[in-house]
Design a protein around this ligand. Structure first.
Ligand code: APR
Length: 249
């Protein structure tokens, strides 16, 4: 039986919804988060695998890090969980506009059926040429031996992922969506990394949107949200979506 949450606010039926997701929404799919005690940054240093300087210094180590994460993502055990599926349902059934802005570089939202989606930190399932910027799908391992399909420059391929110190993708489109939305929902993110961590403040400054946090525990930005629901994403997100759709029916 689906739990249904009591909502503090229901947007208008033609309301525009923007949803920010982080690693917490994929945790129950078997993908590690970053800052939980057993998270990725407890095992490997950002400075060694997730900066342009790291790639210039030791590209093999950076490729190995993303090859491991790409391989993990290919295992049968890693699949969309009920939270991803609930957001895909919301996209299908919500009468207004909806956009997911994810910080995640996995493809679980797509595999769940979501289509209105921005990967602001890129995806590890694509490669980008350091020289010409050509981006192509990439599911296997990547190494410095691989060449760019666009310009043929040897050794210039990198994961199409945004590293620390780099500009996230599609910020103009994201800001436009944030400034016109009626409901902003943040799911499974600790609120540690900007600009995503600042979206709730932007929404409240720019528009009249209601703000909701759905997370395992209060994030760093918890006090900025008008409504919050805490619990695991695979139970809390479907319950929230069910309540939203019931209220809009
Ligand atoms: N259900 C809901 N929330 C969960 C669950 C779960 N099953 N498991 C963990 N969480 C929550 C944690 O409590 C935490 O608040 O998800 C959040 C994960 O936080 P982080 O590990 O910091 O991940 P995220 O916020 O997505 O990191 C943002 O930092 O390292 C960079 O580029 C990386 O995109 C990433 C960015």
């Amino acid at each position: 039986m689906q739990d249904v949450l009591s909502l503090a606010h229901v947007p208008p039926r033609d309301g525009r919804i923007v949803i920010l997701t982080g690693a917490g929404i994929s945790q129950e799919s078997g993908l590690e988060t970053f800052r939980d005690p057993d998270g990725i940054w407890a095992k490997v240093r950002v400075e060694d695998v997730a900066t342009p300087e790291a790639f210039a210094r030791d590209p093999d180590a950076v490729h190995a890090f993303y090859n491991m994460r790409r391989a993990r993502h290919r295992t049968a055990a890693v699949a969309p969980n009920p939270a991803h599926l609930a957001l895909a349902r919301l996209e299908r059934e919500w009468p207004g506009d909806m956009l997911i802005v994810t910080q995640n570089v996995d493809s679980l939202h797509e595999r769940a059926g979501s289509t209105r989606l921005i990967h602001m930190h890129g995806v590890h399932s694509k490669a980008r040429c350091n020289g010409c910027g050509h981006v192509v799908p990439w599911d296997g391992d990547m190494s410095t031996a691989d060449e760019c399909a666009g310009c043929g420059a040897p050794g210039g391929l990198r994961p199409h992922v945004v590293w620390f110190g780099e500009m996230p993708l599609e910020l103009d489109r994201i800001q436009a969506a944030l400034s016109t939305c009626d409901l902003f929902i943040s799911i499974g993110t600790s609120g540690n990394v900007y600009p995503a961590a600042g979206f709730v403040k932007l929404v409240r400054r720019l528009g009249a949107a209601h703000t909701v946090e759905i997370n395992l525990e209060p994030s760093r930005g918890a006090s900025q949200f008008e409504e919050s629901h805490y619990g695991t994403a695979s139970t809390t997100v479907p319950a929230y979506v069910a309540a939203l759709l019931a209220a809009a029916a």
